[in-house]
Write a protein that binds this ligand. Structure first.
Ligand code: V91
Length: 149
């Protein structure tokens, strides 16, 4: 956390790494018959190494695909995550709202939800390639605060 003098020093840039992404696991066969949903997934915004980000993030708004009920999901306390089930992959919009809200504009992020482990070249891995079935995709983003108040 910036010291009071840093917080008022012009030109000071505070970098806070943020990790966002999703995990996904296949649903048991009996479940998929009911809704055609094949996976359960969780999209999350977290601090690196579990760092508490709630002292500077007021809330996180997740915008799911329009076919989901109530596609705009607001999370106002950690863990900043949404768990849903589904059958496909799509782009989620995420917006980070900061404390104090008036000084930092909300930061938009975009995350392509993944349901399967992928090879580097994009080919889908079959489970027997010793890759965990739950796919992890984290794009690390350093959120930069310049000229903080
Ligand atoms: O998959 C894709 N788009 C998707 C949008 C929404 C998806 C989904 O999983 N769900 C909607 C939700 C509901 N189903 C029924 C009632 S709510 C479960 S998937 C694209 C198209 C091909 C490649 N990627």
């Amino acid at each position: 956390m910036a010291t009071p003098s840093q917080r008022r020093t012009k030109g000071v840039t505070i970098v806070r790494p943020i990790v966002y992404g999703n995990v996904a696991n296949p649903l048991p066969p009996r479940k998929t018959q009911e809704t055609d949903h094949t996976h359960k997934w969780t999209v999350s915004v977290r601090g690196v190494n579990g760092e508490d980000i709630s002292y500077y993030i007021k809330k996180v708004v997740f915008k799911l695909h329009e076919t989901y009920q109530n596609p705009l999901r607001t999370v106002e306390q950690p863990p900043f995550e949404i768990t849903e089930t589904g059958w496909g992959e799509f782009e989620l919009a995420i917006k980070l709202h900061f404390i104090p809200e008036s000084n930092e504009k909300p930061v938009p992020l975009y995350h392509n939800l993944r349901l399967h482990p992928y090879e580097e070249d994009g080919t889908i891995l079959s489970a027997n390639k010793n890759k965990p079935v739950s796919s992890f995709q984290y794009d690390e983003l350093a959120s930069v605060f310049t000229d903080p108040t």
